[in-house]
Structure formats: C-alpha cells, structure tokens
Design a protein around this ligand. Structure first.
Ligand SMILES: *[C@@H]1O[C@H](CO)[C@@H](O)[C@H](O)[C@H]1NC(C)=O
Ligand SMILES: *[C@@H]1O[C@H](CO)[C@@H](O)[C@H](O)[C@H]1NC(C)=O
Ligand SMILES: *[C@@H]1O[C@H](CO)[C@@H](O)[C@H](O)[C@H]1NC(C)=O
Ligand SMILES: *[C@@H]1O[C@H](CO)[C@@H](O)[C@H](O)[C@H]1NC(C)=O
Length: 463
C-alpha cells in the first residue's frame, strides 16, 4: 500500500493528480445521486395522509445528526459566562429526532404578538417550532410558527399572571387527520402535561378553532383551565408564568415510553384518561353468552375503500358477528364515535387514519389492518401494528394480493406498479402515495378474509 503511494507520488505526474481529483469528484457525484435516488424524502405536501419515514437500516445515526442541526439555534455568544446572577441551564433540549422542547423556569413572559418568550434565567437565545415533526421543514413545519426564547432585555411588564405552568404547542402541522391529531399532538400533550394533574395552562399557537373544540373533552382531562388561543392576544398582552414548556415531548407513534415520561406513566394511563373523557364503558373486551361479538368495519369513502363491503358484512354476520359499519370524518363527534368503537370487540379497516380509533377499544379487542397492495407492510407496521400491541390489543393483518386490488383494473400486469412496487417506492413518498394509497380500492376475497375473522374470534375467546 505504502510502496504504491510513494512510487505514485515520486512520479510527480500531473496526470495522476488530476485522475485522483477526478475520481474524488466523480465519487461525490455518484454518492449524491445514489442518495437522492434511494433515500427520497418521505415527506410531501398532502396533509390528509399518514406521514411516516420508511426505516432505513444502517443510516439511522447519520440521519439523526443531520436533522439535529435544524430546529434549535443556540446563540454562540458566551462572553458573560461568569456573571453569577445568570443560571446557565439548557432551556431547550433535543429530545430525539422527532421533537425538541424548551422548559423555562423563573420569570417567564410571553408576548404572543411577536412570538417571543422572555426568560430571566437565561442569557442565551433559542428558537423552536412547537410541533412534534422535527425535520419536516417543507411539510408540517411550514405551517408552524417559530417562537423565540430571549433573555430579559427591555422586558415588558406583565399584564396577566397565572400561578401554574404553561405549555405552548402548535396545532397546525398535519392535524385534521386523526392519526396526526393523536400521534403529533394529543399523545405528546399527554406525555408533557399529565404530570401536572390538570394544573397547567394550555397555550395554543397557530389555531384552528374547530380543532380545540373537536378534542375539547380530551383537552379538559389534561387541563382544568380552558385552552388559550394565543393568536387572540393583542399587542399589549404579556402573559407571565413561573414555568413555560414550549414544544411537546414525543416518544413514538401513538405511544408513550414509560421509562421516559415524567412520572413513569404509560399509554395505558392515556387509555384510562380517554375512557374518562369520552365516558367509555368497557375497559376490557369480554365475550358473553348474551351478546354477539361486535365487528366494527371502518369504512372509507374516497380511496382505499372496500369495493365489496356488502359481501363482507354478510359474510361476517354469517360467522356470528354483530356487524356495524362506521365512517369517521373531520366533523364526527369524537366521543360519540369513541363510544361506538368501545362497544366493538373487533375493529377492521384498510390502512388509514380511521384505524387510529383503536385507542378507544377495550383491552383485549382485536384490530384487523387490511394492508393495500404495494409493499406497504413497513407503513402498516409502524403506524398501527406496533402501537396496537402497547394499547393491549390483539393484532391481525390481512394483506391485499394483486388480484384483490383495483390497481389491476388500471394498470397492465406488466406495469412496475404491479410487478415491482419497490421501484415505485424509490421515486419517493409522493409517487408511492399517489399510486398505492390514493388510486387503490380493495375487494378482499371473502373466503380468505373469513379465515382472518375466524382467527379474530379465536383470539377473543382465548381472553
Ligand atoms: C428569575 O425570576 C425568579 C422569579 O421571580 C427569581 O426567583 C429568580 O431569582 C430570577 N432569576 C434570575 C437569574 O434573575
Ligand atoms: C413596568 O412596571 C414598573 C414598576 O411597576 C414601572 O415603573 C414601569 O414604568 C413599567 N414599564 C412600562 C413599560 O410600563
Ligand atoms: C413586538 O411587538 C411589540 C408590540 O407590537 C412591538 O412594539 C415590538 O417592536 C415588537 N418587537 C419585535 C422584536 O419585533
Ligand atoms: C360517502 O359516499 C356516499 C355515497 O357515495 C355519500 O352518500 C356519503 O355522504 C359519503 N360520505 C362522506 C363522509 O363523504
């Protein structure tokens, strides 16, 4: 190795130098091309779909580091490091690759009009977008306002003072899609605020008035105070607290990591809270001789719908199920629908936000996720399979085969859409989403699906 190098340099050949440089430039170019081709951004513009990052083995660390550069900007200025009056605790922390939070204590003053939080116990300046989709700058975060945390310099006087902690969070990102409502906001809000037993002020930024209204019953369980819409503050308003948390703690999709939550609570505590909020009667799915097991089919209208819904209903009724078909839209009364879900023993639906309703199921109930055609198993796993286990539910999956997908009516059998879904995935999230999530409806074969439903009955009886 060494000899080779020495002799090469001894030649002193300019051609050699040129070749090395050319080689390096080419490698960088090729690596870049490979990166953009094989690691496309999973994020697109559409808001009404579940957004998830396809796990890429071996690349995780690098990705995390890249993402970390973005959200928190810390002022470099450290000249007054020795000033004894100033507490130098890190106000803002990078929790993980999905969320950052800032926890300011002392004399904390919020000036909503220009998204500024003044803190007496710091001399550093920080910036944060309080929505748990860190890194998704072009997507969710493009609608989320940035807040500045600043030291006391020409600080305005308080006009309102509250003697409880406050939590600032945005509800603008991808909300309106039930999966995102829960995984991006409601569960992170639970993780962040459950420790205060209701003695906390929720401060909402980037308001969608209907959103806070829709989830009012759940928010009321988290805080005994009405949420405040910061957008309604006028230029004079200065809200003062002794503690303000900006940005919510995120652990995992639809989940809580009890080893990381402030006082060790878990997703099971969240379920208890939901039962209270929505007045859900059943804690556990128990079969009885006086009541048929209930199957709730989550129906979708516009994409990924069941073409043969009637046939499915008939087949399931034949197996002894009390079958109910439900469709939850944006305007659905959450607690009413939650009570319907809670009355079910089996929840079945095609992969989509509606399956988020599983949070309302009694423990021991069965979730059947119908996975559309097209290599979507990873998406199914990350969004609903993993969370279902932690929610104390049983999980079955029914994978749509080529001949059960309406894609065969639209594409020739030789088309890569049917032959080689991986190739479509490599074109990026939007290409994948358009074909497999938006253009596809399903017609599961009744005899195959029957086996899955019988399996569900078996699981219920095993409880
Ligand atoms: C910040 O304000 C709090 C509450 O008024 C006070 O107890 C604390 O000493 C102040 N800290 C500094 C560094 O001024
Ligand atoms: C803030 O309050 C202090 C003392 O109450 C007062 O002296 C000062 O003028 C006030 N500042 C402003 C800008 O109103
Ligand atoms: C913040 O808002 C106030 C009131 O509108 C304004 O006087 C002030 O200049 C603003 N500060 C900054 C830094 O924009
Ligand atoms: C679903 O479609 C049916 C018939 O096409 C229609 O009557 C119904 O209003 C739709 N529901 C929603 C929520 O769009």
């Amino acid at each position: 190795m060494k000899a080779w190098r020495i002799s090469m340099w001894r030649d002193g050949s300019k051609i050699c130098n040129f070749l090395i440089i050319l080689f390096l430039v080419l490698s960088i170019f090729i690596l870049n091309r490979m990166k953009s081709q094989y690691c496309p951004s999973p994020y697109g513009k559409a808001e009404e779909l579940l957004k998830l990052e396809k796990p890429r083995t071996g690349e995780k660390n690098q990705l995390t580091v890249e993402r970390r550069q973005s959200s928190i900007q810390e002022d470099e200025d450290d000249e007054e490091e020795n000033n004894a009056n100033i507490v130098h605790e890190p106000i803002c922390q990078e929790l993980n690759k999905r969320s950052d939070t800032c926890d300011a204590r002392g004399d904390v003053r919020i000036q909503s009009i220009n998204h500024t939080i003044f803190i007496n116990s710091t001399k550093k300046e920080w910036k944060i977008k309080p929505y748990a989709r860190k890194g998704d700058d072009m997507g969710a975060l493009s609608h989320v306002s940035e807040w500045s945390l600043k030291p006391f310099v020409q600080v305005p006087n308080c006009t309102l003072k509250q003697d409880i902690p406050a939590v600032i969070f945005s509800i603008n990102g991808y909300t309106g899609n039930m999966f995102h409502d829960f995984t991006d906001v409601i569960i992170p809000l639970f993780i962040t605020t459950h420790q205060f037993h209701g003695r906390v002020q929720l401060l909402v930024t980037d308001t969608k008035p209907w959103w806070a209204n829709k989830y009012k019953l759940i928010l009321n369980q988290l805080s005994t105070h009405e949420p405040i819409d910061l957008a309604k503050d006028d230029s004079e308003t200065i809200r003062c607290f002794s503690r303000v948390i900006t940005g919510l703690h995120f652990h995992k999709e639809l989940g809580v990591d009890s080893s990381k939550s402030p006082t060790g609570y878990s997703i099971v505590d969240f379920k208890v809270l939901l039962r209270k909020a929505c007045r859900l009667e059943r804690a556990a799915a128990v079969l009885s001789s006086v009541r048929k097991p209930r199957l709730l089919i989550i129906s979708r209208n516009h994409s990924r719908s069941f073409v043969n819904e009637k046939g499915i209903v008939g087949m399931a009724a034949g197996l002894g199920f009390d079958v109910v078909v439900g469709e939850a839209g944006v305007s659905t009364d959450v607690s009413k629908f939650a009570r319907l879900v809670n009355s079910a023993d089996v929840l079945m639906g095609v992969h989509g936000a509606g399956l988020t309703n599983m949070v309302f199921l009694p423990s021991g109930a069965v979730v059947i996720q119908i996975v559309p055609y097209g290599g979507l198993e990873w998406l199914a796993r990350e969004t609903f399979m993993k969370p279902s286990r932690e929610l104390e539910l049983k999980y079955l999956e029914y994978r749509i085969q080529e001949e059960e997908s309406t894609l065969i009516d639209q594409y020739s059998r030789e088309d890569p859409v049917l032959r080689d879904p991986e190739r479509v995935h490599k074109k990026g999230w939007n290409a994948m989403k358009t074909v497999y999530l938006e253009k596809q409806n399903v017609r599961p074969r009744l005899d195959r699906l029957k086996n899955t439903l019988m399996e569900a009955l078996k699981l219920l009886r095993a409880t």
